[in-house]
Ligand binder design. Sequence first.
Ligand SMILES: NC(=O)CC[C@H](N)C(=O)O
Length: 306
Amino acid sequence: MNELSIDEVLAEVAVLVKPHFGKGRVPDYIPQLATVPGTKFGMAVRTVDGGEHAIGDADEGFSVQSITKVLSLGLALNRIGDEVWTRVGKEPSGTPFNHLSLLEAEGGFPRNPFINAGALAVTDILLDKVKDPAALVRGFAGFLADGPVAIDEAVAASELDNAWQNRAIANLMRGKGTVRHDPEAVVAAYSRQCALTMSCRQLARAFLPLAAGGFSPLVQETIFPERLTRRLNALLLTCGIYDSVGSFAYRVGLPAKSGVGGGVVAVVPGKATVAVWSPELDRFGTSVVGARALEAFSQLTNCSVL
Ligand SMILES: NC(=O)CC[C@H](N)C(=O)O
């Protein structure tokens, strides 16, 4: 149906997104993130058969933030299996990613692993197994991306200095028993994990197992069992874009995860991963230009799973 090559599609996407710069806002609740120019734009595609395509600032590292929640969940599920689901749910939250009232109403049981409460529970679970969950996630990301990945300590410190809402979430959960370690240690580990710096190219590589039935064609290893891979994609499709996940599925039709650093990674099952970065966010915390770029990519390549 589509005659364009992936490089031609990326070039067209870069033109189509131009009118959408300036519509969102670079976040300032983590002050260090506010220093990044809103004009940045990069996009990378990695296909399961080894093709790699990139445009714009695709090789510039940025703070991947909540995108790391997919990696920490994958690690927790690989290590302790379904017991994870006794501490966190699988339903969309319909509320902002750092919301408290639903969490309190539901006895400290987070709706899903991709809102902050759920990710804090996953960090708490990983703390049972390792001293430094952020280093574990960093090592996993680097292994999957086939190259070193760093934690930006200035971003981590900037988040921790201002993590009052996440502290409230972790303390509420500690009171209910869904967090079991010292809430301060959990928030510190979570903030460092979120401060992972990766480029679009690295993200597209790292998420490739989700497009290839759990196998990484890049590092030639099975990373997740096939059934778990399907389930991770189901969670991404239903919970990966917070409380705008419905309209994102409507527009893009791909499992995806966004982060407040302006990154979005999407999975085209059986075919490819697509990572995009542009720092200006909508009011839900997803990159405006990133979501537009994925919408255009999905339409131009006809790759929606729906
Ligand atoms: N949506 C996000 O990327 C949020 C992650 C960020 N570290 C926070 O906890 O607020």
